[in-house]
Design a protein around this ligand. Structure first.
Ligand code: NCD
Length: 307
């Protein structure tokens, strides 16, 4: 079911498959830091053409914890791409050196192209504004672990819903579940793109678009905050208009339910007041920590270490 598959978009997975990943991730959490050599002698190639902290390091940690090893680069300047080599040639090499390729690239569709070339599974670790499927797996896993379910919850996504691939991916993922409602809160210019809106309207997801978080805060179970993606704005003046649009502060959260959780794919800049970090609402560091067991589960499933 999983062995040998590429992971390009969260839409490639059924609800049942996502739940399978959660169950395996829970087992991986229990294995904890004791190395379990399920992927001994396997090699992961981390090809990061765009900056990353958590995604790359948690994939690397996951592979090491499973007894495998890691090769790769985190800056294309240090590779022959800087000499003009094309992406396809680079992927062909990685395909022969590794058993799985994890790739991040600023171009939408880059991971899909790599998957067409490579024999080994390709995992999309972010392609432009489009997809970031493993982040969505971690986000849903965090909700499931912290609140015990995804169905029936009121989940708000806020920030940059236009250019953010993490926001797009969790939104696609939520169409596989039955949340009570998904509220999309952003400045008008950062609403989900047309293709996304069309997809949502064609799905059964109950969603609502607005600009005001204050109106819904008291009903929320999950507040998913995202960074305004400065680097993806075609016009810097447009970024200046919307930067700092939302700032989640303790006063806002004082009106939320006691059980509300605040998530963020990180990195966060100024969209969450630092005072929130120490409150029981803040689950974003835990969410980042879940990145390791979720990626362990995915790697073990794709490479046949577990079934
Ligand atoms: C996100 C990304 O790179 O898309 N980060 C991540 O992988 N955790 C979010 C972002 O950069 O804002």
């Amino acid at each position: 079911m999983f062995k040998g598959r590429d992971v390009i978009s969260i839409l490639d997975f059924t609800r049942g498959e996502l739940e399978k990943i959660f169950r395996v991730a829970l087992k991986m959490e229990r294995i904890g830091k004791r190395e379990k050599p399920l992927l001994k002698d396997r090699v992961l190639a981390a090809a990061f053409f765009e900056p990353s902290t958590r995604t790359r390091l948690s994939f690397e940690a996951a592979m090491h914890r499973l007894g495998g090893s890691v090769i790769g680069f985190s800056d294309a300047e240090g590779t022959s791409l800087a000499k003009g080599e094309n992406l396809a040639d680079t992927v062909k090499m990685l395909d022969s050196y590794a058993d799985v390729i994890v790739m991040r690239h600023r171009v939408e569709g880059a991971a899909k192209l790599a998957a067409e070339i490579a024999e080994v599974p390709v995992i999309n670790a972010g392609d432009g504004s489009k997809h970031h499927p493993t982040q969505a797996m971690i986000d849903l896993y965090t909700i499931w672990r912290e609140l015990g379910r995804i169905d029936g919850l009121h989940i708000a996504l806020t920030g940059d819903l236009r250019y953010g691939r993490a926001a797009a991916s969790i939104l696609y993922a939520l169409t596989k579940f039955k949340p009570k409602r998904v509220s999309l809160i952003s400045p008008a210019s950062l609403k989900p793109r047309k293709e996304m809106g069309d997809f949502l309207r064609g799905s059964k997801l109950k969603f609502f678009e607005g600009e005001n978080l204050e109106e819904i805060i008291q009903d929320l179970d999950v507040l998913y905050v995202t960074r305004i993606q400065k680097e993806r704005f075609p016009d810097p003046a447009e970024y200046e208009k919307v930067k700092g649009s939302y700032r989640i502060a303790p006063e806002l959260l004082s009106r939320a339910k006691k059980t509300t959780i605040v998530l963020h794919p990180l990195p966060k800049i100024d969209e969450i007041d630092l005072q929130v970090d120490g409150t029981k609402f803040a689950k974003y560091f835990q969410q980042a920590a879940y990145g390791v067991p979720v990626r362990m589960a995915l790697l073990a499933l794709l490479l046949g270490g577990v079934r």
